[in-house]
Design a protein around this ligand. Structure first.
Ligand code: UT7
Length: 331
């Protein structure tokens, strides 16, 4: 079976940059609190005319261009987001339409911050079995329009940013390279520790003015619990991806942890005993972009030359569900 290689990558973030100080006009917070507790200095927020698939289109155009491909060369779209353009259908078909193609399948993945890894796992299996040859894997999010920008929501509001990152995946005949393995996990016992409890089929009524007044449509999180799980599950899944491939932490050229909190990344690094140069973080500039955080960071590593052919890349993520995972890739 062929392995899956990353043919090209691309990312897009909207123009508007929101610095920490801006939040002080809406809520009781400070640049100092946000920087010390999260490592975030700024994030990008969308303009009113932009939906999630619009961000994905921009990132996709870049990746297609770099691969020397047309949209018509793609034979499948896997779109990871928790922020679809509409309640239904998922964002994949809107991206497909905007790319001007009609005859390929679109899979929508909703595994939040782990979405890109879950999507990679599926795309990798499809490519290895020969079902698809050119898969567009997308992680894209718009968080900014769904945040509680009052002191009540300050623990969540300051964390998130908007953006999109994509990868075009295909089979490689080079036996030494490609996705070595993916490892995805979930534990639904913790679903309510990071969730948005509105608009789904469990609610009666599905949506009411009273629920909106209570702010039930905003995502809610028990931050400390999520922090604890994130900082232990990610290193454990990284170790699994290394062990099954007969590798050690010394072999890692670049580890990209999901960008949820700089302190979480530092704990992951410490537990794995990695040097600073082995771990890539950009949360200071983008905040937490959920499913987009890994592909945005990945594209930065590729474009800056930090990641070179033959290097061992490890990805790891953790998010709502709880869901988490890792992937080992020989670049
Ligand atoms: O992406 C998916 C997964 N998400 C994550 O992994 C996020 C995990 N959790 C976290 O990153 C952190 O828990 C947070 C950044 C959300 C919070 O940091 P923390 O150090 O755990 O703070 P805390 O929740 O324990 O709150 C400490 C204090 C509280 O005040 P009191 O009760 O001590 O008076 C909060 O009300 O900080 C307060 N606080 C804030 N103060 C200023 C919470 N948010 C803010 C804020 N500005 N934005």
């Amino acid at each position: 079976m062929p392995r899956t290689e990353f043919i090209s990558t691309g990312f897009y973030v909207p123009e508007r940059v929101v610095k920490n100080d801006e939040f002080t006009q809406w809520m009781d917070t400070s640049d100092e609190w946000i920087k010390t507790r999260t490592g975030i200095a700024e994030r990008h927020w969308v303009a009113d005319h932009q939906a999630t698939s619009d961000l994905a289109v921009e990132a996709t155009k870049l990746a297609l261009d770099r691969a020397g491909m047309q949209a018509s060369d793609l034979d499948c779209i896997v779109f990871a987001t928790l922020a679809g353009d509409y309640m239904m259908p998922g964002a994949g078909v809107f991206l497909q339409r905007k790319l001007g193609i009609t005859n390929i399948p679109c899979l929508d993945v909703r595994n939040q911050c782990s979405g890109f890894l879950y999507g990679l796992s599926v795309a990798d299996a499809w490519i290895r079995t020969g079902q698809y040859q050119r898969v567009l894997l997308v992680g894209a999010e718009i968080q900014s329009i769904g945040l509680d920008l009052t002191t009540r929501g300050r623990d969540m509001a300051v964390l998130f940013g908007d953006g999109a990152g994509v990868a075009i995946l295909g089979p490689t005949s080079d036996e030494g390279r490609g996705v070595l393995s993916t490892h995805i996990f979930a534990d639904g016992r913790y679903a309510e520790l990071l969730w948005a409890n509105l608009g789904g089929s469990a609610n009666r009524p599905r949506l009411s003015a009273q629920q909106l007044e209570q702010g039930m449509h905003f995502p809610q999180m028990q931050g400390r619990e999520v922090f604890k799980h994130a900082s232990t599950r990610m290193p454990a899944s990284v170790m699994e991806s290394l062990t099954v491939n007969g590798l050690t932490t010394n072999d890692i050229k670049v580890l990209i942890p999901h960008q949820a909190n700089m302190r979480i990344s530092e704990m992951v690094q410490k537990q794995l005993g990695l040097r600073d140069d082995q771990v890539y973080n950009n949360i200071d500039r983008y905040g937490n972009t959920t499913a987009a955080s890994i592909p945005i960071a990945l594209d930065e590593c590729v474009q800056s030359g930090k990641l070179k052919r033959g290097d061992l890349l490890v990805l790891t993520a953790f998010g709502s569900g709880f869901t988490w995972g890792s992937a080992a890739i020989r670049w």
